[in-house]
Design a protein around this ligand. Sequence first.
Ligand code: NAP
Ligand code: MG
Length: 408
Amino acid sequence: MKLAMKTPLVEMDGDEMTRVIWQKIKEILLYPYLDLKTEYYDLGLAHRDETLDAVTEESALATKRLGVAVKCATITPNAQRVEEYGLRQMWKSPNGTIRRILDGTVFRSPILCKGILPYLPAWKEPIVLARHAYGDIYAASDEAMSQGERAYLVVEDGRGREVRRRLLHDFREGAGVAMGMYNCDASIRSFARSCFRYALDRKLPVLFSAKDTIAKTYDGRFKEIFAQVYEQEFAQEMNAAGLWYLYTLIDDAVARIVRSRGGILWACKNYDGDVMSDMVATAYGSLGMMTSVLVSPDPAGVYEYEAAHGTVTRHWYRYRDGEETSTNSVASIFAWTGALKKRGEKDGLADLCAFADRLERATIAVIEAGEMTGDLIPLFHREGISPKKLETVQFLRAVASRLEYASV
Ligand code: NAP
Ligand code: MG
């Protein structure tokens, strides 16, 4: 008997190697056990182009409506991709679009396995990275400037009358580039709230970093709002739980994190979070072991689960040319299990949650027993076990047989 679901998940399909893995996860690990119900949106680049990117917005709105989404990695086009795929336009980052609509916070944490030691041996516990998923350079307007042009920051009041104007740069000496970006108090506030709430859930202290010595007004506002939210809404509860909050400059935060033993929630601005999440993921082992969830401040609870890595392009080119690859599917599997668990929680389906838990344990058990994809081989050190490299699909089959034959 297959497990039943009530409400469908929003399923956002994606690109390249992760699109291949996506299909295989469903075939090998989900369809045989589960009457999988999804509302399907194809966010593959070709279909985004066909729909003039409307499909991305539709999938985000569906997530607001249904509450839980699972997303495959997608290409964010650059000039080279526009040519490669013959695109009508250089579409914006789908993740950026979805985050803008859900106004959420992205929490990333590593999947830890016995035998896989972080590159930084001091790290014993997960570092949960919270990325402010709104505004800054992801929603910026940038311009190519020609020699002789001037770029200004102009502010109008509600009636369209100019109230302030500041010269950014006079390009009289030669061409260049200019950019204008923004953020909103409400979004920063809900970011701070989600961080403290999630920290209390996971019993972690909070480190928030920015660069208010340089961007005095811009980053200064972030610092101020975090302090306010903490003092007024969370200090008491955090103290009672023995947890602390610290604001520090981004450079100092990086140093502190490297020296720490983990077990910290690190709240980052949008760009810092983008970059540092890759650094943290790599240091824990492989990008293939990093999960990611976007939590919207919507009181109804809206969640979007995904892997932190991209579409693994280099592996895709090899796969497309008929070669087998050994691509890590763990973060994609955990995107599905995270979404299924949350769906089960919301719909009161204990069986569904239990299945997702079992699938996670089976996945970890396969690795701990010494079978894994190539990215993990050099990281694996467990006495008495010499690791065996599996190809992408072989690994998924190994997980399926654990799920079936072992009591995990
Ligand atoms: P990437 O796809 O994460 O891959 C970077 C490298 O990390 C890979 O070439 C591979 O190294 C290794 N890697 C990542 N995930 C792996 C996995 N599951 N198994 C094994 N190795 C893995 O990042 P990228 O090359 O910068 O970006 C590729 C495309 O993905 C871009 O078009 C980008 O726009 C998109 N992207 C999407 C998202 C998203 O949708 N959330 C996030 C990031 C990037 P080796 O080749 O050395 O094996
Ligand atoms: Mg990144």
